[in-house]
Unconditional design. Structure first.
Length: 284
C-alpha cells in the first residue's frame, strides 16, 4: 500500500528534522563522550519529563506548551546538577542522578494519573507527525545555535571538561561555558522529543558519537563522522518505520546501534578486525 500525501509530507518533515538534529546533536555527543559525560545526556532526557507533564496538564493539545515545559525543566535540571557538582562534594554524574531521578519520578506520576495511554505513549516515544512547522524551526534553531557555539567555544568546552580547575585559575569563564554547553544539550533533546521521544533522541546523539571513535581522531573528524552516522541511522529508521507503520524513534535507535556494531567490527581505529592476530597495526 502506497503512502498518502499526508504521510509522505510527515515523512519528509521528520527527515528534515532528523537531519537538523544530526548536525546539532551528534557533535555535542562527541563532546559529552570526550568529557566522560555520556550518561548526562540520558539523565537530561529523563529530566524533561516533569516539564512535559505540566505542559500537558495545562494545555493537553498545545505543542508549544509541551515544548516550553520541556525547555524550562531541562534548563532547571541542568543548572541544579551543575551547581551541585561545583560544590565538589559529589561528581557531576552523581549530581545528575540525584536531581533527574526524582524529576523523572514526578513526571511519571503526573502523566500516569492524568493522561490516557495513547498520550503517554506519544510523550515517551514520540510521533513522527509531530514535526510540524514550529518543530522544524526549533530543530533548525537548535542545530544553528549548536554549530555556532561549537565554532566559537569548542576549545573552552573541551578544556572545561578536561581540567575545570585550570580553566578557573586561568580566568576562563568555565562555569558559564559549562552552562552554555548543557543548555545546548537540553535544547537539542527538546527539539527532538515530540517526534522521536527524548530517550530515543539522546540515543541518536550518543551512539553515533561513540561509533565515530572507530573511524576518526580529534573532535572535528569525529564530529563529522558522527553527523554522517546519525543522518544514515535516521534515514534508515524512517524508511523502515514508514514500511512497517511503527513510530520511528526506536527503529532509528536500532539502526544507529547496527552502525555502531559495524563500526566496532570494521573501524580502522581499534575495530575488532584491526585487533585480530597477524593484522598490521598502522597509525595514520
Amino acid at each position: 500500500m502506497s503512502a498518502g500525501p499526508v504521510e509522505i509530507l510527515a515523512l519528509r518533515s521528520a527527515a528534515a528534522g532528523a537531519l537538523a538534529l544530526a548536525f546539532g546533536g551528534a557533535p555535542l555527543g562527541v563532546l559529552l563522550a570526550a568529557r566522560r559525560m555520556s550518561l548526562s545526556g540520558d539523565a537530561m532526557s529523563h529530566a524533561i519529563l516533569p516539564g512535559v507533564a505540566i505542559g500537558y496538564l495545562l494545555a493537553p493539545n498545545n505543542p508549544l506548551a509541551l515544548t516550553l515545559g520541556a525547555l524550562i525543566a531541562a534548563f532547571v535540571i541542568a543548572g541544579a546538577a551543575s551547581l551541585l557538582s561545583r560544590l565538589k562534594t559529589i561528581p557531576e554524574d552523581a549530581a545528575f542522578a540525584a536531581v533527574y531521578l526524582p524529576a523523572f519520578a514526578l513526571g511519571i506520576l503526573l502523566i500516569g494519573r492524568q493522561a490516557d495511554p495513547e498520550a503517554v505513549h506519544e510523550l515517551l516515544f514520540g510521533s513522527a507527525g509531530a514535526f510540524d512547522r514550529d518543530a522544524l524551526i526549533l530543530a533548525a534553531s537548535a542545530a544553528t545555535a549548536s554549530l555556532v557555539a561549537l565554532a566559537l567555544f569548542v576549545r573552552g568546552f573541551l578544556g572545561e571538561g578536561a581540567d575545570p580547575v585550570f580553566m578557573r585559575s586561568s580566568g576562563a569563564p568555565g562555569w558559564a561555558l559549562h552552562l552554555v554547553f548543557m543548555g545546548l544539550v537540553a535544547l537539542n533533546l527538546v527539539a527532538g522529543f515530540r517526534a522521536f521521544g527524548a530517550m530515543m533522541t539522546v540515543a541518536l546523539m550518543m551512539i553515533p558519537a561513540v561509533s565515530a571513535r572507530f573511524w576518526a581522531r580529534g573532535f572535528v573528524g569525529q564530529a563529522g563522522v558522527a553527523v554522517l552516522i546519525s543522518a544514515l541511522a535516521s534515514g534508515a529508521g524512517l524508511a523502515i518505520a514508514a514500511l512497517t507503520k511503527v513510530e520511528p524513534g526506536a527503529v532509528m535507535t536500532l539502526s544507529a546501534a547496527a552502525l555502531f556494531a559495524a563500526s566496532a567490527v570494521a573501524g580502522p581505529r581499534g575495530g575488532l578486525l584491526q585487533s585480530l592476530p597477524g593484522r598490521p597495526h598502522l597509525e595514520g
